[in-house]
Design a protein. Structure first.
Length: 376
């Protein structure tokens, strides 16, 4: 109950209001050019808003979505809206396009960090990000209606960009130095038209720079994995731990450890993960035994090399791919690979005696620890 959004009429984010009237003129001279929007990398196609919380609504169900989609500045009144085909914002857009109606979009900037975290979190489809942010804060998020569009935004954010996306209008967006460590290609994306900017009197513009990891977005992603691990364990009781190493730039590499009880259990976990939301983009999944520290890359590579026969312990599937992944032959579709680096059980086409892993005895460890203390 305490997490439900609360409606308010007055909001700090609307202390100052700048309305843009039409193509012919403006209510005042304030525009996107007054915001300290960064050009992050030398060959970027322009300046980009990199930490926006983009609010949209399903025109049929009224369900809200908040996502973080980068926005390239075209001019002082228009931007790109980089929602990829798999994102909920794109799904909402498709429904407006089918109706041939302008799509209202509100972009919230700043405010409580729980808002941006919730917008990036891999929540189950249909779970309101604002509700989740309230759950994290243990206090309702106050929401206020926008001034020029029929959407609500968190009352306590620093800045709000109100506007719309016109069905069918697309413009080239990019290149952009992304979290993949490469510049993403120029492609057509929807155009966001600004109708108003509202903000606090002392507004702070938030931004982040992405690139070869680890950077800020990696640490947000790492926190997401740790916080949502209990949710994964609800679906996979055998799951012990999970990590997405920085070198995998989020989707490219997932390492999980399991309590193995039956043959092909590692493959069951792989396929289950590939079926969960944005985990479908995971290019490589490595499954190890519960006594392997998934956060120790050296230990994981040792198990991968020691415990696998490539022809027996790998699987390749076809699945949707991340739009930003430049490696697949076709955008948005590609192949994914799983590695079973666990010990092998009868029934897994292994006909020898599985050897025992070398381990120091507890007595030897205690003796070495005592000797080390004496030499200090």
């Amino acid at each position: 109950m305490h997490a439900r959004p609360k409606q308010v009429r007055d909001a700090p984010c609307q202390e100052i209001i700048h309305k843009i009237e039409s193509d012919a003129g403006r209510a005042d001279d304030f525009s996107l050019r007054h915001l300290p929007i960064l050009k992050c990398w030398p060959k970027d196609g322009g300046r980009f808003i990199t930490l926006p919380n983009v609010h949209t609504r399903d025109p049929e169900t009224g369900a809200r979505n908040v996502g973080v989609y980068r926005m390239q500045i075209f001019d002082e009144r228009t931007t790109a809206m980089h929602w990829q085909v798999h994102k909920v914002g794109a799904r909402h857009g498709k429904r407006y396009y089918e109706r041939n109606e302008p799509m209202p979009v509100a972009v919230a900037l700043g405010g409580d960090p729980a808002l941006s975290f919730s917008a990036t979190a891999p929540l189950p489809d249909g779970l309101d990000e604002i509700l989740f942010a309230g759950f994290l804060r243990r206090k309702s998020i106050e929401m206020v209606k926008c001034k020029t569009i029929d959407l609500e935004v968190p009352a306590g954010v620093d800045l709000v960009l109100e506007g719309y996306v016109q069905p069918g209008e697309m413009r080239p967006e990019g290149p952009f130095g992304d979290h993949t460590g490469y510049y993403t290609a120029v492609e057509d994306y929807p155009v966001f038209h600004l109708t108003a900017i509202t903000h606090r009197r002392d507004a702070v513009y938030p931004t982040t720079i992405v690139g070869i990891p680890p950077m800020e977005d990696f640490y947000i992603g790492d926190a997401v994995v740790r916080i949502f691990l209990p949710v994964f364990k609800m679906n996979f009781p055998e799951l012990v731990d999970m990590t997405l190493p920085a070198e995998g730039v989020f989707h490219n590499l997932v390492i999980v450890s399991i309590r193995k009880q039956y043959p092909y259990q590692a493959f069951k976990v792989m396929h289950g993960l590939w079926g969960m939301g944005q985990m479908m983009f995971s290019k490589y999944i490595v499954v190890v035994d519960e006594d392997c520290d998934v956060h120790n890359t050296s230990e994981v590579l040792f198990r991968l090399c020691a415990n696998t026969d490539p022809g027996r312990d790998t699987t390749v599937i076809k699945n949707p791919s991340d739009s930003l992944d430049h490696a697949p032959t076709e955008q948005n579709i590609g192949s994914h690979m799983g590695f079973d680096a666990t010990h092998k059980l009868p029934g897994e086409n292994y006909h020898r005696h599985w050897p025992e892993l070398l381990k120091m005895t507890d007595e030897a460890k205690a003796l070495v620890d005592a000797l080390r203390k004496k030499t200090r």
